[in-house]
Design a protein around this ligand. Sequence first.
Ligand SMILES: Cc1cc2nc3c(=O)[nH]c(=O)nc-3n(C[C@H](O)[C@H](O)[C@H](O)COP(=O)(O)OP(=O)(O)OC[C@H]3O[C@@H](n4cnc5c(N)ncnc54)[C@H](O)[C@@H]3O)c2cc1C
Length: 414
Amino acid sequence: MTRYSAFAVAKEAFRYHTGWGRAWGRPEPKKRYDVVIVGAGGHGLATAYYLGKNFGIRNVAIIEKGWLGGGNTGRNTTIIRSNYLQDPSAALYEKARSLYEGLSQDLNYNVMFSPRGVMMLAQTEHELRGYQRTVHANRLQGIDTEMISPREVKRLCPIMNIDGPRYPVLGALWQARAGTARHDAVAWGYARACSDMGMDIIQQCEVTSVQREGGRVSGVSTTKGDIACDKLGIVVAGHSGVMAEKAGFRLPLESVSLQALVSEPIKPCMDVVVMANTVHGYMSQSDKGEMVIGGGTDGYINYAQRGSYQHIEETVRALVETFPMISRLKMLRQWAGIVDVTGDRSPILSKTPLEGCFINCGWGTGGFKAIPGSGWGFAELMATGQSPLTAEFGLDRFREGRFIDESVAAGVAH
Ligand SMILES: Cc1cc2nc3c(=O)[nH]c(=O)nc-3n(C[C@H](O)[C@H](O)[C@H](O)COP(=O)(O)OP(=O)(O)OC[C@H]3O[C@@H](n4cnc5c(N)ncnc54)[C@H](O)[C@@H]3O)c2cc1C
């Protein structure tokens, strides 16, 4: 693999950029792998990458029914933060956030991590108290967050109206080192690094069933034939329930559609991410100038990866009191992804009743921010059978009642 560098770009410029190779291969599946990962989203690719990098397991296939990064990873609004309430979540999301800081260098691929700061607005007394509690918890967890005043909110984001008649801004939970990254680049960077380690990324190939021998996984059937493996990682986000059924177990989650939209590009006017959870809306400005806007999930279970008019209206109506300027913007595009939501709004990173089969799912509306940490921990779980990062996120917590309740931090928010 050619390393990307200023020198390589300059060298290529002399030959009209004809020398660049493919970023990742297009292999046909082999008959057998040590590990098969189903799903080439961010979490699947990151898992494969850390299996190779941290544990030397490189005989790995990542199987994707569509195109890599074409699921939620390429559809999300890219907010990265780690200001969660419970200790296991804070540890996992902070690991991910800190890995994001050096990810471009690690992958030799610019993931455009932009630690521009994320503020979560408190627009009711209840929310204010909730966020104050989170700040105290974050202090104990070693995560750098603070409460800021309405005046500071206005200073950081001048386009905001903090004196709205229904929901005035009473303060905000601010994480200065949180931010955004380019979602496609995260998937592409991991894919290129996996391919460089000799792993096979097999796109346009659906896993149709899971094969077993005596209570142990032995392989998968796919639209490109049968593939044997010693270990299987299921990392398919909104289709986790469907895949689990193929492997013979059930999951405690629901799949719902989550929508987002972007406006026409405008001049830079906002260099922080703002989340307004009381009204269900959040906004940031992309490098292209579009205002990236998201809202809540659809209120019913569905698998439709497309937007709806009612959502544009609902989300823009929610935000317009706080951001009056968006009432004059044209909306350009709208889309949806299928997210898998658990009862305690925390992910599942776990062994399963089928030996050798592991599951990584339940990230709901907020798994993009977790990709490097999730991949790191899940790879360790798959390679060694345990990981301090994933220990609390097992499936058994639902049977034993050890919930990691993040409904305030993750229920609607991203
Ligand atoms: C509109 C929207 C906004 C969001 N905003 C944020 C945000 O701001 N911040 C944040 O942290 N998170 C956000 N999220 C959530 C985040 O996108 C997801 O949690 C995360 O991307 C999940 O990644 P993944 O790798 O698990 O899943 P995916 O990227 O969905 O990858 C799973 C892959 O599995 C493949 N697959 C499924 N079934 C099969 C099969 N049978 N065989 C082979 N392949 C299969 C799919 O095609 C898919 O590519 C948002 C999500 C949406 C939809």
